[in-house]
Design a binder for this molecule. Structure first.
Ligand SMILES: [Ca+2]
Length: 95
């Protein structure tokens, strides 16, 4: 899913944040694959001041809906309950 398509989809939802399947591992953020592996993060869209690892507890990454810019990333505590966004093939109906 392209970033533009992703953000257009999220703009119509009421939640203020979604997990995006990335987390800090040994000081570096990585993408979690549906196949169980971890991939290098080559693109980021952090809000200004993020990731800040507030109180040393923020190892997971969420998209946050805000006003300006309308979407950006924040690191947050992994135990926070949020919906999640996953990439899938066009014909995937596994959920
Ligand atoms: Ca943060």
């Amino acid at each position: 899913m392209s970033n533009t398509l992703c953000y257009l989809y999220l703009a119509n939802l009421q939640n203020s944040g979604w997990w995006i399947g990335a987390r800090r591992m040994q000081g570096e953020f990585k993408w979690q694959s549906v196949t169980g592996g971890w991939g290098t993060m080559t693109y980021t869209n952090w809000y200004n001041g993020q990731p800040d690892n507030y109180q040393g507890k923020e190892d997971c990454v969420q998209i946050v809906k805000n006003e300006s810019p309308p979407f950006g990333w924040n690191d947050n505590e992994c135990g926070v309950k949020l919906p999640f966004l996953c990439e899938a093939t066009e014909n995937y109906r596994g959920f």
